[in-house]
Design a protein around this ligand. Structure first.
Ligand code: GLY
Length: 308
């Protein structure tokens, strides 16, 4: 096995989206991550590289394309985990870095901690000289104005961001999992969170076990409504199923089935990879574009678009 990389563009309704653009974004991310694996890089290097590519696309809800919170500002969560060492790094509610996944990796590599949040994490990003986020793009600002026009005003908005997100057509979070030639697994995730979230809200993407997890048997990244994913510890659950002997596809289907029975439909998706190199994407939303590539095993496979 020379390596496998899996990426996703977020679970959601995926209404009014140009499928060709998203296919291109996914295949660019697969190519960048696969180049890393092919040249002998680690699974962790590959998932970070693929996630940076997704963050920089500007059309997904992460990095440059992050959706606005209730005040029109962008704040982001991200995490990485190395399954071999069982170590994770994560950041929550950060505004400074263009690529929160890079800052999450720095937390893993440079500190004894797992999760840094808010302004102190932003200061670390600045001190490390990481590229700065330019703020909400024109596209994101326009979206915010449209969404606010459609949303009811005042307190109702505070309490209804999930309903609104579903009604308005949401897409959520990016992520990657990989297996390298040494048989090591890793996971990375990055998000702008739920549209119109309360400022200061943190989702599953900053929490190991919830939004991401990896060990020596499997790696997983979750996407969807973070509050439900945190309550079911979805990524840990699916990796535990793999550790008990299930293959990636059965484990992913079972985990999403449990999640749906506890939290309802339209709440979550997962990409999963097991130590044998089996890759799978499962979701209870209308769509979750995702893809994988096996190094030396032919062309990338991309699927998960909404059926028209
Ligand atoms: N799944 C990303 C979030 O809820 O923040």
């Amino acid at each position: 096995m020379r390596g496998v990389l899996v990426v996703h563009a977020g679970a959601g309704t995926w209404r009014n989206v140009d499928e060709e653009i998203i296919r291109k974004v996914l295949s660019d991310a697969l190519k960048r991550g696969a180049d890393v694996l092919e040249s002998g890089g680690s699974a962790l290097d590959a998932v970070v590289e693929a996630t940076i590519s997704l963050e920089d696309s500007g059309v997904l809800n992460a990095g440059l394309g992050s959706v606005p919170d209730l005040t029109g500002k962008v704040s982001m969560d991200a995490g990485v985990m190395d399954g071999w060492s069982s170590r994770a790094g994560a950041v929550a509610a950060v505004t400074y870095p263009k690529n929160p996944v890079l800052l999450a990796r720095k937390v893993l590599e440079l500190t004894d901690h797992v999760l840094l949040a808010g302004s102190a994490a932003d200061e670390l990003a600045a001190r490390l000289g990481l590229p700065k986020h330019p703020g909400p793009s024109e596209r994101v600002r326009k979206r915010y104005e449209e969404v606010l026009k459609k949303a009811s005003s005042g307190d109702a908005v505070f309490r209804k961001s999930f309903e609104l997100a579903k009604k308005l057509g949401y897409l959520d979070t990016v992520g990657a999992v990989a297996l390298d030639r040494e048989g090591k697994l890793a996971a990375a995730v990055s998000t702008g969170g739920v549209i119109l979230k309360f400022p200061g809200r943190v989702g599953d993407s900053a929490i190991p076990g919830a939004g991401f997890f990896a060990n020596k048997h499997g790696a997983a990244v979750a996407t969807g409504i973070g509050e439900t994913i945190m309550m079911s510890m979805l990524s840990l659950k699916v990796v535990n199923l793999i550790s008990e002997g299930y293959l990636a596809d059965t484990a992913a289907r079972l985990a999403i089935q449990y999640h749906t029975s506890a939290h309802g439909r339209d709440t979550a998706g997962l990409i999963v990879l097991d130590y044998r190199g089996n890759a799978y994407g499962a979701y209870n939303t209308q769509a979750m574009p995702w893809g994988y590539v096996k190094i030396g095993g032919g062309e990338p496979v991309i699927s998960g678009f909404k059926k028209s």
